[in-house]
Design a binder for this molecule. Structure first.
Ligand code: FEO
Length: 169
C-alpha cells in the first residue's frame, strides 16, 4: 500500500513521463521538417520509450489501487537546429534523473520497499539516457555545419529501433 504522499509524487512523475513522450514526438516532427529523417526516427523511438515509461508508472499505480490523474501540458515545437534539440533532450533527461532520485529518496524515507524496487529500473535507465544524449551532442559538435557529416549521423540515428520493455516491474 502506498502512502498518500508517495501516490501523489508517483502520479506527478507519471505526468512528467507523459510530457516527455509528447516532447519527443514534437521533436520528431521538427527533425522531419528540417529534413533529418533519421533523427525523426530516433525521436519517434524516444517517444515510444517514454510512453513505455509512462505505462510502467500507470501499471504500478493501478496495481497499488491508486486512481491516476492525468494533466495536459503545452509542448514546445520550435527548434533552430538538431544540436539544440539534443541539448534540450539532455537537459530534460537530467531533470528526469533528479526527479527519479527524489522519488527514490521519498520511498527510502518511508521504508516503502515496493516503490524502491519499482524505481530501481528507472535509476539505471537514466544513466543510459543521459549517456546516449551526450554521445550524440559530442558528434554534432564535431560535425558542425559539415553536410556530409550530418547526413552520415542522420543515417546512423535512423537505425534506432524500439525494443518493447516488460510492462510490469
Ligand atoms: Fe522516461 Fe527519458 O525518461
Amino acid at each position: 500500500m502506498l502512502s498518500d504522499s508517495m501516490a501523489h509524487a508517483l502520479n506527478s512523475h507519471l505526468n512528467t513521463e507523459h510530457f516527455s513522450a509528447e516532447l519527443y514526438l514534437s521533436m520528431s516532427s521538427a527533425a522531419g521538417v528540417m529534413g533529418f529523417k533519421g533523427a525523426a526516427t530516433w525521436f519517434m523511438v524516444q517517444h515510444q520509450e517514454e510512453m513505455a515509461h509512462f505505462m510502467k508508472f500507470y501499471g504500478y499505480l493501478s496495481s497499488q489501487g491508486v486512481l491516476v490523474k492525468l494533466v495536459a501540458a503545452d509542448i514546445p515545437n520550435s527548434y533552430a537546429s538538431l544540436l539544440e534539440m539534443f541539448e534540450k533532450t539532455l537537459t530534460h533527461e537530467q531533470h528526469i534523473t533528479k526527479a527519479i532520485n527524489h522519488l527514490m529518496d521519498h520511498a527510502v524515507k518511508e521504508s516503502d520497499h515496493a516503490s524502491q524496487i519499482f524505481l530501481q529500473w528507472f535509476i539505471s535507465e537514466q544513466i543510459e539516457e543521459e549517456e546516449n544524449d551526450r554521445d550524440i551532442i559530442g558528434k554534432l559538435k564535431l560535425i558542425g555545419d559539415n553536410g556530409y557529416g550530418l547526413l552520415m549521423l542522420d543515417n546512423d540515428l535512423g537505425r534506432r529501433v524500439f525494443v518493447p520493455q516488460p510492462a510490469a516491474i
